[in-house]
Design a binder for this molecule. Sequence first.
Ligand SMILES: *[C@@H]1O[C@H](CO)[C@@H](O)[C@H](O)[C@H]1NC(C)=O
Ligand SMILES: *[C@@H]1O[C@H](CO)[C@@H](O)[C@H](O)[C@H]1NC(C)=O
Ligand SMILES: *[C@@H]1O[C@H](CO)[C@@H](O)[C@H](O)[C@H]1NC(C)=O
Ligand SMILES: *[C@@H]1O[C@H](CO)[C@@H](O)[C@H](O)[C@H]1NC(C)=O
Length: 172
Amino acid sequence: MASLNSVLLGLFSILFLFSCPSHSKVTTTHPLKGGSTNYTSTAIIGFVFCKSCKFRGYNSNMDASPITGAIVRVTCYYSTRNPVSMAITTGKNGFFYLIWPNVVKFSPKKCRAYLGWSPFSFCKLPIYQNNSISAPIEFNGVRNVTRGLQAVYSAGVLLYGPTSNNTLCHVP
Ligand SMILES: *[C@@H]1O[C@H](CO)[C@@H](O)[C@H](O)[C@H]1NC(C)=O
Ligand SMILES: *[C@@H]1O[C@H](CO)[C@@H](O)[C@H](O)[C@H]1NC(C)=O
Ligand SMILES: *[C@@H]1O[C@H](CO)[C@@H](O)[C@H](O)[C@H]1NC(C)=O
Ligand SMILES: *[C@@H]1O[C@H](CO)[C@@H](O)[C@H](O)[C@H]1NC(C)=O
């Protein structure tokens, strides 16, 4: 797991520094005391990869390849009767960047990330850790954005696994 974590850290910083809008600067500070009070926006980031398939962007440390065009859903269970969901499609490198509209209400402990859809019929079986059916969302850092401070949370790398018919799994 140590190597996976360092791979992830590397991916996050690379993508954050080079593929995000201007003014992006990742810091590894802890959340502001008192929660999200002073954040002006909230973002949820992460990646979707296909485990043990080798195609464009293959990462040997993770033994997985990034999936562009996958759909991820984030659902926050603020109240059992009224969960709030948003969906986002992964872009280049399997990366997604979701702006969560309600900054004040957002609480990562009440939110989970779900693999919603894979564009690959040969790699569409969700793999979650800890026998779960969803992934947790954790604090990742604070960024200076044009109109204040953005709290960034991460769902990490969400994995699809190949179906038994994975003849297309190793296409470059
Ligand atoms: C939020 O901003 C106000 C005004 O700048 C400051 O006094 C306060 O300490 C900040 N709160 C937190 C939790 O950082
Ligand atoms: C899985 O469980 C371990 C031990 O409780 C925890 O440290 C880890 O963060 C969990 N990972 C995920 C993705 O839930
Ligand atoms: C945001 O920018 C201000 C002013 O440039 C700076 O003092 C502060 O440390 C920055 N915060 C972060 C989280 O980068
Ligand atoms: C497996 O996938 C290949 C390529 O899509 C297809 O030609 C073949 O018919 C599939 N085999 C089975 C048993 O579904």
